[in-house]
Design a protein around this ligand. Sequence first.
Ligand code: HMN
Length: 297
Amino acid sequence: AQRLTGLIAATYTPLGADGQLRLQQVPQMVEHLLGSGVSGLYVCGSTGEGMSLTSEERRKTAEAYVHATDGRVPVIIQVGHNSVAEARQLAAHAQEIGADAVSATCPSYFKIQTAELLVDCMREIAGGAPDLPFYYYHIPALTGSAIDILRFMTLGAQQIPNLFGLKYTDTKLHEFQQCLQLENQRFDVVWGCDEMLLGALASGSTGAIGSTYNIAAPLYLQIIEAFEAGDWVEARALQNQAIEMINAIGTFPFHSAMKAILGMLGYDFGTCRLPQRALSADETIRLRQLLEKVGFF
Ligand code: HMN
């Protein structure tokens, strides 16, 4: 399997006014993303409200993105679930429909305390899609499981045949850098924190998965370009623009605000499902003003 490179958009899941899937919006979004320079899609993650969808809805959403992408860039399906058995079935489905990779968070209702136990869970899930590369999705702020990620990857290298990489969504750059170095740089370690992309590049990142690549891929591509040209002043100025944009969005419930921005850009993806709340009409106006202030609109 090939490593992921460049910007991978963590896709949103379109919902209608009735709160149900509205997957006819997907093809247009995929064209927008590919046109803006995105080089992969990460489906049904935190951004895509994977945990708020039924398994049937997750399967349909995965199918819609895989079909619309039609092999042009890799599509990774996130299958994490509190039920390991359910996650394994979602992984099997991802392989069946021709997805390019599978990724999973750990169960989070019962907290996982040891790397050994996490290996047991992930071996079971990754085994549902034995022919696909598997990326463990490390996001301790949301799962609440504080395992030693370096130890997990080292053990996993021996015990999970298709463990291919890691989606690293934490802010510890030194740990991220060590993950990249592990086992002779064996793993594809992908960065997950858009506001720190430049720092991750400096630490050796070659790929990043994130929510704001849906709306601002060209800005982030400029950061990568400036970094590669060694133009640190420019790279920092551009990253600062991204930080200001993210801070403006983060004034509100994040993914609901992102969906509101998609609407402003002409992609009606509805609002987030509970337990995330929608923005009020007033908040939507304020969001737009804040984004105008930082030069996004
Ligand atoms: C996913 O699983 O959908 C994402 O890839 C998650 C991604 O890492 C985002 N993290 C969260 O939403 C918790 C980031 O893109 C994040 O939205 C961004 O860095 C702004 O804080």
